[in-house]
Design a protein around this ligand. Sequence first.
Ligand SMILES: *Cc1c(COP(=O)(O)O)cnc(C)c1O
Length: 418
Amino acid sequence: MHHFQYRENELYAEEVPVRRIARKVGTPFYLYSAATLRRHYRVFDQAFKTLPHLVCYAVKANSNLAVLRLLAREGAGADIVSGGELFRALKAGIPAEKIVFSGVGKTAREIRLALKAGILMFNVESLEELKSIARIARKMKKKAPIAIRVNPDVNPKTHPYISTGLKENKFGLDVETAFKAYQLAKEDPYLEIVGIDCHIGSQLTQLSPFVEALRRIKAFLKRLATVGISVRYLDLGGGLGIVYGEEEPPPPEKYAQALIEELNGLSVTLILEPGRVLVGNAGILVTKVLYYKETPAKKFLIVDAGMNDLLRPAFYQAYHEIIPVLKKERPSIVADVVGPICETGDFLARERELPLVKPGELLAVMSAGAYGFVMASNYNSRPRPAEVMVNGEEFYVVRRRETYAKLVAGEKIPPFLG
Ligand SMILES: *Cc1c(COP(=O)(O)O)cnc(C)c1O
């Protein structure tokens, strides 16, 4: 469910015609719907209402301050993976005591900043990191709250690049090492064991891998209990998939139901780290058609958004639905939708059946709210696009389009080059 719908053949975002926004801000731009974000958060949060739980939004999916503030107002916490995300989450008003810190490469500086802020817990991803946290906590005379990220070796049945809970992935600790980590942590006066964590992958469309991971965590908790270790928080990560095309992911209610059944009897606060499922379908990318090009082999629609704006098709061969902002009677073609970047991998869609839209017309790339702008780059010296948020009848530019001046703002020609 989202609030990007046609009204008399014209695409609207909530109460605003998408065309109107394009006239004001130019193209390409990301467009987010506040009503959709709120709805998604509430549906997800409500699904777990029978349990003590905390929804820690995975900031990396979409870290715009306006998105973070909206979710903060709804009561969300945050799952962060860098000092930059900590900065954003705090700035947006997410309280430190609702922030969990994941990621395999936390630096000493990031650990210090998080300890100083007073986050809920570190999701620790190696023995070396555990020792690092302990050392820094000792120096700061603070007790660091930790959870060990367990790699449960479960196949999430998703794209290999977004699978994270297999034993060959770089994430988390295998159960034997995790057990050792908990025993080490128990002995350290500067570490406080508060939780256990796992996150097995992204864009999961089946429940069984989540349930399997939870079973393995439960078995592991039993083993920890035998050595007198218990936890307050059970963090199951994120990963619930969304509809891009033909997928049929379980709705949050079904996901919650399966987890709640499995948790029966455990007295823990459940932490969830949804990213994509909250923001994915709450955003679109609006782009303008520049040229229609026919070669002897193929047809191309060349648009003004490329892989530097939306990387997912190039990076994961991801599918995004593409629809015209104005619906009209038009012949249909099968074409590649490509950007201006000088790379063969620069495409938004391949061999796609589309109406033959004319240069100057607008297309909407759907389901672009997650892993969209956050992965944008300046490749080919293209300024990153604007981000806009619609709320009812109003819209706000929540991130200006970059300028050419901004592109070179940090660069300097050294004196020896005159
Ligand atoms: C990326 C990530 C998430 C969010 O994943 P989604 O598939 O967007 O829900 C949650 N937790 C961790 C540790 C992550 O790395």
